[in-house]
Design a binder for this molecule. Structure first.
Ligand SMILES: Nc1nc2c(ncn2[C@@H]2O[C@H](COP(=O)(O)OP(=O)(O)OP(=O)(O)O)[C@@H](O)[C@H]2O)c(=O)[nH]1
Length: 140
């Protein structure tokens, strides 16, 4: 649990490992938002990521909730072999495949602090965006 901009989040870290992904759908119906984290150094698996994303978007608990926001996070972006956020957006075909009416956003970050400094990246802005949307959804 954490609080961001006065919004209380209860986060469930769903493993991306093969064999655990089938558990994701148990959360779709009960969450206020999805944060979809992608390892931006693992370009070999972007096709698998895209298949999983397509399956997620087709699931009735997601497809029937077009207002459920999705925050895509490209992680490990400080690694030398990381691809840029726009390459990731292209590989997942985010601009083509995300529904027009669904709120979504792509942020890039690196979870590991470099030289003890927290990453200066787009995650804070993206979390502000997500917190506003979640607050709005809960007020309805
Ligand atoms: N350099 C770098 N390493 C990272 C970053 N995020 C995770 N790692 C490393 O990647 C490895 C896997 O991290 P996890 O957090 O276990 O990855 P995960 O995707 O949550 O794993 P599952 O829950 O099993 O899907 C660990 O050694 C982390 O330290 C990052 O942003 N930058």
């Amino acid at each position: 649990m954490f609080v961001f901009n006065n919004v209380k989040f209860t986060a469930s870290d769903m493993s991306g490992r093969d064999g655990y992904r089938s558990m994701w759908e148990s959360m779709y119906g009960q969450c206020d938002a999805i944060v979809f984290v992608v390892d931006s150094t693992d370009q070999m698996r972007f096709a698998v990521v895209k298949d999983e994303l397509d399956m997620m978007l087709r699931h009735p608990d997601v497809a029937d909730r077009p207002d459920l926001p999705i925050l895509f996070v490209a992680n490990k972006t400080a690694a030398p072999d990381a691809c840029g956020a726009s390459a990731l957006a292209g590989a997942l075909k985010l601009h083509e495949h995300m529904e027009q009416d669904r709120p979504w956003r792509l942020a890039s970050t690196d979870a590991v602090a470099v030289s003890g400094q927290p990453a200066d990246d787009g995650l804070n802005d993206a979390m502000e965006w997500l917190a506003e949307l979640v607050k709005f959804t809960r007020q309805r």
